[in-house]
Every structure is written in C-alpha cells, then in structure tokens.
Design a protein around this ligand. Sequence first.
Ligand SMILES: [Zn+2]
Ligand SMILES: [Zn+2]
Length: 825
Amino acid sequence: MLGDSAHLDTGLGGQSGSSEIISGDPQYSGNAQAASSGGAEGLCANDLQFQGGADHPLDDPASLNPSSLDIPPGDVEDLWLQDTIHLGDLQTAADFVKELQGATLDDPSLGMSDEALHRLRNPLCDQPPTAIDNVTRLAIDLYIGTPSEVTYETVRRAILRFLPDLQLPSYYKVKRSVADLTGVESVVHDMCVKSCIAYTGPFLDLDSCPKCSEPRYDQFRLQTSSGQEKIPRQEFHTIPIGPQLQALYRSPESASCAHYLCNKVHRMSEDLEHADCLDEYSDVLHGTDLIGAFQDGRICEDDIVLMFSIDGAQLYAKKVLSCWIYIWVLLNLSPTERYKKHRVFVGSFIPGPNNPKNIDSFLFPGLQHLVALQKEGLQIWDAALQREVNSKVFLALITTDGPGMMHITGMVGYHGKHGCRLYCGMQGRCEQHGKHYFPALLKPLDYDVEDCMHDDIDVRRLPIPSYEKYHENLHLVTTSPNQRQYRARRLETGILKPSIFSGLDRSATLGLPHSAGSDIMHLAALNLPDLMLSLWHSTIDCTRPDDRSTWDWAVLQGDVWQTHGQAVASALHYLPTSFDCPPRNIADKITSGYKAWEFLLYLYGLGPGLLYGILPQRYFTNYCKLVLGIQLMNQHRITQENLCNAHLALLSFTEEFEDVYCQCMQTRIHFVCPCMHSLVHLLREVLRIGPPICSSQWTLECTISNLGKKIKQHSNPFANLSQRGIRCACVNALIAIIPDLEGNQNSGGDLPCGSKDIEDGFVLLRARDKHPECLWECKVDALNKFLSTSNTGRVAVRRWARLRIPTGQVCYSAWKELQRPLEKR
Ligand SMILES: [Zn+2]
Ligand SMILES: [Zn+2]
C-alpha cells in the first residue's frame, strides 16, 4: 500500500523532508501548496526543531522548573478557596477539586484498612517464593488456574480424596492469603442505585441521591432497625494503585523491568548530546513533554510514571448494560511489557445500568489515593536495587474516547464551537439552523451563519494548545455570575467545568490540556471508518436542498456493496494468521458489531485493493492519502521521515476532503466530522508524547474484553465484573511477585509438545512426516542449489507443517495446507 504514495499529488515520493525540517528550515516544501502559501513553518518547523532549536524552552530547563510554570494571575490555584463560584454544578465540581487537593492517606473516607495503610507505608521486602510453603503454592496455582470458586472446590475435593492428609486451604482461605501476600484489595464506596453519583467527596454524608432522590440505604432495614442498620443499596469497588505498584517491585525480575524508563531516559539524553534529534519515535518518553518533565526535575530517577485510561463498556453485545472501567498503565515498564494483561493495573468499575451523572464522584476514591501518594511519596521495596525508595507518582497522561474526554476534562465536547480536545482553540462552523459545530476549514459559499463567518482556516497555522489559555478561560467560566453568562462563556471558551484532574498537584502531572492524549484507536479504527463508509454507502445525513443522487462517491450500494462485502470475507485466506480476527463480510455485519480491529484491517489493509476501480479516481486518491498517513502514524516506531510523510499525507487528505466531498456547500458541513480535525494534530502529538499507539485505548479495550469474557454469573453482571477485576488485580500482583506463575497463566513460556527449537527464535511445530523421505536426484540438486550446499548420494528430508518465527507469528507450509479445503485453512 505504501507504494500508493506515487498516486499522491503532494510530491511526497521524491522529497527528503525530514532532514530539512529538523534543521528548522522554513522552506520546508514537500507540499507545493504549503510552500506557495509560505505556511509550512507555522506548524512543522517550529515543532520539529524542538531538539535543536536554540530558543525552545527545553533548552533552558530553568525556564520550566515547577515554580516558574507560572499560572497567570487570577488563575485557578486560588479559585477553589474563594467565594467566587455562583452556580451549583460548578460549585460541586470545584468542591471535588478542593477535597482532592486536601487528600491524605489517613483520611478514613479513603476506605483503606489500618493494616493496608500500615503495609503501604512499610512495604514488605521478603521474597515470597522462599516464604511460602509447597501446599500454599499448590493452592495459589489452583486459584490462578481455575476460573471460579466452584471449580476450585471441585479440584480441591479430588486432590483431598487422593491425599486426605493434605492441608489444602479452602477457596475463601486461599483468596485471603493471596490478598495478604500481595496487599492488593479493593476499597468499597456506596453509590446511587441508578448510578447517578457515588457517595464520596462532597456527597459523602448524603442519605439520598442529589440527582434522582433515590435513597442511599435499604429503607426496610433502616426502618426496622430504627435507623441503626445502614445497608447501602448499591456499591462500587476501587482498587488503590499504591499496593499494586509495591507488589510489582517486590521481585527482582519485575522491578528491573520497571527500570526501563529511567535507563532509557539516561541513554536518550546521552544520544541527544551527540545528535540533533532522535531518529525515530517509539515510546511516550521520546516526546517533548516527558523529556521536559525529566529535565526540569518534575520526574526523578525513582519516580513512578502513570497513564490513566477510562472508557464506557457494554457488557453484552445485545443488551444495553453499560459500565465504566478505568485502568492505570505503568510507563516505567518498556512498551513491550507495559500493555500486557498481567501488567495492567485495574483501577475501578463503575456499574451501570445508566451512565454516571457525576463521574467525578466515582473517580474520587482512586484519585484521592493518588493525590495522597503524590504528597507523601510511595514507599517501595525495590527488589532489584535491594533497597527501599520513596517514589513520587507522576500522572503523565489521561486517555479516553471523545465523549469520555468531555466528562473527564470538563470541556464541551467535539460538537462545541471550540470542540478540539487538545484545546487548540480552532473554531467550528454550524450548518444553517444547526446546533452542532463542525471543524470545517473552508467557509462555504453563500454562507451566512452568525458567529461562524471567520475566513478559511489554514490547517498549517493552527494555534498551539496552551496551558495558560486553558486556565485563564477555566477561571472565567467557573466564576460566571449567572446561567446566562455561564452559557455565553462556555460557548466562547469551550469549557464546561473544572476537571477533577485539576486537583492534582501541578508538579505531579503534565496538567490539562497537555495530559489529554490523542486516541488513535477510536480515531483510526472507529471514527474514520464510520465517516468514510457513511459517505460511500450513503448513510450519512443529507441536508436539503442537497441531493443524494448527486453524490458520485456513494458507490457502495446494491450489488456493488454486496459483492464488495463478499470480497472482504474472501480475503480471509490471504491475511497472516497473526492478524488476529480477520474482517468479516462488511455488507452483512456492519450494523451488528463490526469490531474496531476489523474496521482497521478493512479500511487501511484491504480497502485500497478492494476499492480500486470502484471508488471514482479522485475519491480513491484522496482515500489513499488517509491510508498512507494512518499506516505510518499507527506504527510502533515512527522515523522522522515517516512522520513528515504521514503529516503531509494527512494534511493533504483533510484539505482535499473538503474540496472533493463538501465542495464548499454549506449543507455538507456535517461531513467534516471532528475526527478530521484530530488528524491534523497527529504530528504534534507524536512530537509531544510519542507514537499515538503508545497512548491509545487498545489496552483498555483489551482489558474490558478480557474481563468481560470472564463474567460467569449473569444474574448480577456488575458485581461479578468487579469481583473478576479484583481477582485479576490480585493475580497480576502475584505474578509480579512470583514471576514463574506467569508460565502457568498462559502456558506460553514452554514449547509446544513435539516441537523442535532450531534456534535464533525459530521453532518447528507439528505436524511432521513420520519418516524422512528419500529425495530424487533432481530434488537433491535443487535443494543444493537453493542452500548452496553440495550434498551427494542419498538425501532424506522430513517435512514440518508449521514454523514459528522470532516475531511469534506462525507460518504454515504448503505440505499440509494444500490438503485442506480453502475455507478450512
Ligand atoms: Zn440517583
Ligand atoms: Zn485542535
């Protein structure tokens, strides 16, 4: 597909943009249009010269030390203390921030037991494999290896029949010892039975829900006990991050894995001393934001760096039962390690059936714990260093999808006038009589909509998201004297309310809007496919007097659509097996749970082949630019050259998209979905926080799907999910403490039965010929020629069906595959 760059009319193929950009050359002119408008330096050069440019703040660390990260006067730091907030909801949001700022570990509302608190401050330093006896180890193996209490007890009974004297503990007891061993347990808080709010922070002492008035406690029990028995009608669990982190550092193996970040940063600063810039971006720490935090001392050697990720999840495909889950990802681990399911830290589950009306109240316990740790420092026994360290817990990034971001960051969301989640300030346009704003660059012809009359926007000159501007505006919105003013200020600033994350100490986070990451999973695998298919398949709204019959791009209809769907399904046999689940027939399945992964393979893998000759040329060319850009941006390692090419392709795609599809018609403004705007930010995001894939929502999606699969008890799925999550957190902590348990967990460590390790990462896998077969002389000759050998006489070979290569992918040989019918391969 990359070969398709030849189709691009941006001249991508021939130019060597990367070296030019890095030297900060304002003549950077891979794109003819950019050069002629002289606008390229507006975005690219400034950004890309960050490592070499003399006047960049990072070259002068003193300018970035915490005390000089100054917030303009009249800003939020004192906002929470003043009597300047007049509106109820804003006051509530500010109260959460204020309470969060005051968090301490000793606060009983945190819900930690005295014992857990003691352990948090005095981490265990023994190495459990030597400290646990064989029977306990057997019980733990069983606990991890069996899916439920029932199975555990069945197996236990069987073992005890064979060895009646064995003191094998019950499920309850082993669960208790796992909690003791790891220190990982959940804290429980009450919540509204309709999931509006949690009784935390300012809601801690309420007896009924402030949103729906449902009582907090079981009224029957309360009345029959004359108000003594307060049984909450619904609860939710939070698993504090501190003990989970402590567990990870308790074995030398996992602790040294966690030294990755620090080692890497040391090496990187050495590299940067000898070179102007990094050759490639392959991790979050390659971005300027983390480099900056290290340079100015906000992150030090022993510190913990986290990413927070939250999303709503639907528990069953066919039932509307939603819940919210958040996780923590430890950036101290290497990219190959940190996203694995046993390395991800589960944070909390917010049960449905409805979406929370105040999500802050549900995040509060987890963040309260985090803020308290940030103040006090987390005591960790580092088994690799064999000493205790006091770590600051730095929250680098917050990731979620578009609608989630609105709840988390308190910004108006993607259909607001200033809907950019990165807070660049670009203004959207409305259709006539429309309520939603769209990030359309070009002003339509004959267009007259109040407030949207700004000129065409040059995508190369977008404003840079600013921490100062955000806080200034937040101050303005939060202090609105009345509803009318509030609505006006909300519209003009794009800010809805203070984010609960404003309660974090500025020196312990990148801070909003910088901590809000771009999410390439939703962008590339859901939003863009949705947009492009709704155009080609003609399911996007048509605003009159626009007429669908003039949409010459809407070719995926009727028989063409059906045939196309079949072609997608038939491609199954030509995709490598490592591609997980290959896309199904898109014509049949698009409305019934076509998965993100399928969309990804469809749009950026199969699409360019299958749509060639179907999509009219100019739409096809436009589409290929998107494919090129996303393929490059979706890589784990993005070279400087890749980055330039991807950026040019994506800019060209977005500009041309408005030309070819919208054609300056005001009835087509809604084609320019918010995802189009996110594309133009990708370059800056890579420079700032590394490859988008490193901070994407894939990790959370996988966690949700893993936990979802484990729901066994369908009568109370939410409670069951919480229990599964807590168990998962404990098991992960156990695996960190006792690394050889991991082998039991996925039995992937050992070679499969009958396989043969032929070294250098290659393994032959069964089936194989029972007996070596003697080759004819001509075959021996051919083999000699191929292998450059000179075997003579009798040569016998034995065929194998499969070969595992160093990447973990499995290749299949024609010998066995050809014996099977095509649809079974
Ligand atoms: Zn309620
Ligand atoms: Zn923006």
